[in-house]
Design a protein around this ligand. Structure first.
Ligand SMILES: [Zn+2]
Length: 167
């Protein structure tokens, strides 16, 4: 098993998703994926999480090679809280990026937090609004890569813009 294959989560991912992940890392370069993980850990320090104390940072690479960052922002009434991945992608979505690259602009997104969880369902759906599939990098709070997976693995058989005749 190659060192890249060891990063794939879950280990029993389909061959097509393993190929998607490995070729994605090779296309972007491991250095860029590592930088993405470090960015996520750095922006995590700017999270506003006075209620949960659960700090999350995210960093996205768009298909033009630009980095976008975000962190969670809690609101005392809780339901208005913005999640790190969601904030990152939505911030990019209103930047004019769609004029340059179209609606499918997410190439890879890293998320950094305590523990080894993956993006929540809300964030998976939000990421899926802006790509057909992408790399999802899970990083620790030091910015080290825990593992790499794909949106299709995290959100199989997704409801997508195509179901509403878009995209
Ligand atoms: Zn979320």
């Amino acid at each position: 098993m190659s060192s890249l294959e060891k990063l794939i989560w879950p280990p029993d991912a389909s061959d097509s998703q393993k190929e998607f992940i490995i070729s994605g890392i090779q296309r972007l370069s491991l250095l860029k994926i590592e930088a993405l993980a470090r960015n996520a850990a750095q922006i995590r320090m700017r999270a506003y999480a006075p209620y949960s104390g659960y700090f999350v940072g995210a960093s996205m690479l768009d298909i033009g090679g630009n980095y976008w960052n975000g962190a969670n922002v809690e609101v005392c009434s809780y339901s208005e809280t913005g999640h790190a991945e969601e904030m990152t992608v939505k911030n990019a979505a209103v930047s004019g990026i769609r004029d340059r690259y179209g609606a499918n602009f997410v190439d890879a997104i890293a998320v950094a937090h305590l523990g080894d969880s993956a993006p929540c369902g809300r964030c998976r759906q939000t990421i899926g609004e802006f790509c057909k599939n992408c790399l999802v990098i899970i990083a620790d709070t030091e910015g080290m890569i825990r593992n790499v997976t794909s949106l299709e693995i995290l959100l199989p058989n997704a409801f997508t813009p195509s179901h509403l005749g878009k995209g």
